[in-house]
Design a protein around this ligand. Sequence first.
Ligand SMILES: N[C@@H](CCC(=O)N[C@@H](CS)C(=O)NCC(=O)O)C(=O)O
Length: 208
Amino acid sequence: MSITFYYSPMSSAGRIRLSLSELDLPHEVVRVDLRAGDQKKPEFLALNPNGQVPALVIDGTPMFESVAIQIALGERYGVQKGLWPAPGSPEQLTALTWLVWGQVSLAAALFRYMANTSEYFQEELRDEKQAEQALTETRGLLRILDGHLAGRPYITGERCTLADLDLASVLGWGLPAAKIDFSEQKHLQGWLGRVMERPAVKAAMVET
Ligand SMILES: N[C@@H](CCC(=O)N[C@@H](CS)C(=O)NCC(=O)O)C(=O)O
């Protein structure tokens, strides 16, 4: 097995870094300096034509899109490590559902809210109405996740999987950064606390 991981701190690549660490997979890390524009150089574009991190090369085959990478890591290496449900199991379908929902629905709404409010993004592109709409959407999605977590400690049931790690790393950073109060979502709060306590997650929060 050979894995090369193209990484930049404080980016979507952080979620893949966490999975590689939890799965304890040997890999080579290539730092991509986004400010210097490394991601737009021909050698990187050959791996990811979008010119974005993360990218991962597994046994010579390049991959991009963080969710696709998470699924590949889960299915190839996660089952044996207890971090991904067995193929064909009902839990695998649940993990896939919430992993994809976490990025396509929840993270998209949360980042839209941040793009329209936060100092991390350009001020002249902010729009109050967009922010309001994105906040309402994000709150609704947090209630949906809270409802799913009622009566189960993790997304698929009793075990923490890459779906939990992926969602928690977005929310553990994003909710405080966006200053979104989720104190009413007790199940979500308890779950986030459990996932954030994991040593690999704590270490990943201090990105280097
Ligand atoms: N949908 C992509 C998004 C990747 C993405 O937005 N990467 C950003 C960092 S968070 C990036 O590399 N930006 C540099 C650029 O666009 O030039 C994924 O999930 O992998």
